[in-house]
Design a protein around this ligand. Structure first.
Ligand SMILES: [Zn+2]
Length: 80
């Protein structure tokens, strides 16, 4: 929905963008000090209610990449 403006579930183009905030929906990447959590923006289909979530800042994506282990189920499946 972020790229197309169209809901992939029902085809509606009535999409609301809910900006990310420093609240319980943000992702904690550090403790103490300022800006320790990464805001998550949400795109809501106002027809069927489907929701997509995005970290929108490239800097924040780097912080998450540093903080969390990568999810690699395919690579792990290839190990004999
Ligand atoms: Zn929809």
């Amino acid at each position: 929905m972020k790229t197309t403006g169209i809901c992939p579930k029902c085809g509606s183009d009535i999409i609301a963008r809910v900006p990310g905030q420093q609240d319980e929906t943000s992702i904690i990447v550090d403790w103490g000090g300022y800006l320790t959590s990464v805001p998550v923006a949400r795109y809501v289909c106002c027809t069927c209610g489907y929701v997509e979530s995005y970290v929108e800042s490239p800097e924040d994506l780097v912080r998450i990449r540093r903080k969390f282990k990568l999810y690699t189920p395919r690579r792990e499946a290839e190990i004999p």
